[in-house]
Write a protein that binds this ligand. Structure first.
Ligand code: HEC
Length: 174
């Protein structure tokens, strides 16, 4: 009789305990899930907003006319936690970005890039940077850059313009 009681109590404790644990796991995972979903829906909506002409994702050059490097400096605040942009700036969590436009991907010698980024091996042209910044982890599978991306094409254009100006050899914009 006593044994049965004890095992019932144990069973209850076990179930409650598992509930607690799954609660914790669920809470930890939840923000990631919802962030992803928000991302997907806004990408869709910004595409419909911008599908009316020259401002498609690929057409970064056309967007430069409607943005300024000053806008870009504001957007860059999102990057500044991990990247320096000033001349002679140090590597932080991510590599120093002075002169990154026109530079080969993975070219800072004293920064430890992911294998994926080094293997990518492309030049950071305007188009390449635009593609990367939409969703870094899709453009370069395996990159360790933990940044969701910039959904808005104008934000990308502005920050690319800003990075281009923070360089010894800015690429011509035409
Ligand atoms: C949470 C930190 C973090 C944020 C925020 C972040 N980055 Fe990065 N970034 C990294 C890391 C880490 C790498 C190295 C990636 C690798 O080696 O795979 C990287 C790499 C890069 C590279 C490649 C540089 C090279 O030398 O090839 C570019 C370009 C870049 N980031 C631009 C940006 C821009 C622009 C933003 C803001 C819109 C941004 N990053 C936001 C962490 C970050």
């Amino acid at each position: 009789m006593n044994k049965i009681l004890v095992s019932i109590v144990f069973a209850v404790i076990l179930v409650l305990g598992i509930n607690k644990i799954t609660d914790v796991i669920y809470q930890v995972e939840k923000p990631e899930n919802s962030a992803y979903q928000v991302n997907v829906t806004t990408v869709g909506s910004s595409e419909t907003q911008e599908s009316s002409g020259s401002s498609q994702d690929g057409d970064i050059m056309a967007l430069f006319a409607s943005v300024s490097a000053t806008d870009g400096a504001k957007i860059f605040k999102k990057c500044a936690a991990c990247h320096s942009i000033s001349k002679g700036g140090a590597n932080k969590i991510g590599p120093a970005l002075w002169g990154v436009i026109g530079r080969k991907a993975g070219a800072i010698s004293d920064y430890k890039y992911s294998k994926a980024l080094v293997a990518h091996g492309k030049i950071w042209s305007f188009e390449e940077m635009n593609g990367f910044l939409i969703k870094p982890k899709e453009w370069i599978k395996g990159t360790k850059m933990a940044f969701a991306g910039l959904k808005n094409a104008k934000d990308r254009a502005a920050v690319i313009l800003y990075m281009n100006e923070n360089s010894d050899n800015p690429l011509p914009i035409e």
